[in-house]
Design a protein around this ligand. Structure first.
Ligand code: PEP
Ligand code: MN
Length: 304
């Protein structure tokens, strides 16, 4: 009798404690939208679709540093048949000190990327850091990116969701998959189903190089796919922070089943105003795309 009541007590508490694992109860209750069984595709228009056979590539520098830089990037992307350009005009930094050369280009940066978008017919992916920038960002962007550092900025999630724009939600580098899907659920509950999840590396005790900040959680891709039917993309650049590792992590992400990629590239990486160790140069980018096409083919996916 005593033993039995103990068993019942443990059972009734089994899903009441915070946990990092996603239980079956979570899937029915707390995460019912993000773990729904219906396959979701996110259609950006003009043939750019996340969640089907094709793996769209999003590429560009870290920040929209200048119009000329974005023009050079745009030409290289066109040569490699990449349809989504990235770059941030508003940018959270880990530390509050900006170098004398680097400031956010903000509205001016948005005007430059707007011009590039119209001239080259790109889809634009850019980060939204604060609600007050939403109006300007929505005038140009095709996909709003919510950065890792804002993954649980719930007010921002809600307001961004209510624009009904497609959203890339980046996983925080210290977040469990349960908390990641919890953040996703905050977007979905607003009625916005144009959600793309992004794995971008997690903090672990060591990464072998002091220049490497995070480790790409490749396992997150198949793990999320098991329970979540929203597209999952990978960002090997921000994960490794180290350009020489980006190709292998890209190929591994494709093999793991990712539905898209974010790759940082720059005409002259050393001169990149933030994170200069991370972007690929144009030649490295071209080679990356070429090999990625064969890797995609070998797992029955496609990069055009
Ligand atoms: C970025 O995409 O430029 C970026 C800052 O990413 P994250 O939020 O993953 O660090
Ligand atoms: Mn960056």
């Amino acid at each position: 009798m005593k033993n039995n009541s103990k068993k019942i007590f443990v059972k009734s508490l089994s899903n009441k404690f915070p946990t990092k694992d996603i239980t079956l109860d979570d899937q029915k209750d707390k995460l019912k939208l993000s773990t729904s069984k219906k396959n979701i595709i996110v259609d950006i228009g003009d043939g750019v679709i996340f969640g089907k056979k094709e793996i769209p590539i999003i590429a560009g520098p870290n920040g929209i540093e200048s119009y000329n830089l974005m023009r050079k990037v745009a030409k290289c992307l066109k040569q490699n048949n990449v349809k989504l350009i990235r770059g941030h005009a508003y940018k959270p930094l880990t530390f509050p000190y900006r170098s004398s050369q680097y400031g956010e280009t903000q509205d001016l940066g948005m005007d430059w990327i707007d011009k590039i978008k119209k001239e080259f017919k790109f889809k634009v992916v850019t980060e939204i850091t604060e609600i007050r920038y939403l109006e300007r960002v929505c005038r140009t962007a095709d996909i709003l990116q919510i950065g890792s550092r804002n993954m649980q900025n719930l007010e921002l999630l809600r307001e961004v969701a209510n624009t009904n724009f497609p959203i890339i939600l980046k996983r925080h580098f210290g977040s469990s998959l349960r908390d990641f899907l919890g953040a996703a659920e905050h977007i979905l509950v607003e009625g916005n189903k144009k959600l793309i999840l992004c794995e971008r590396g997690v903090s672990i005790p060591h990464t072998h190089r002091d220049t490497s900040r995070f480790a790409l959680d490749i396992q997150a891709i198949p793990a999320l796919k098991e329970i979540c039917k929203y597209p999952i993309i990978s960002d090997p650049s921000h994960a490794s922070f180290w350009a020489p590792w980006v190709p292998s992590l890209t190929f591994a992400s494709i093999a793991a089943g990712c539905d898209g990629l974010i790759i940082e590239m720059h005409p002259n990486p050393k001169k990149s105003l933030v994170d200069p160790l991370q972007p690929l140069n144009f030649n490295q980018f071209k080679n990356l795309i070429k090999t990625s096409r064969s890797v995609a083919k070998s797992v029955k996916r496609e990069i055009n």
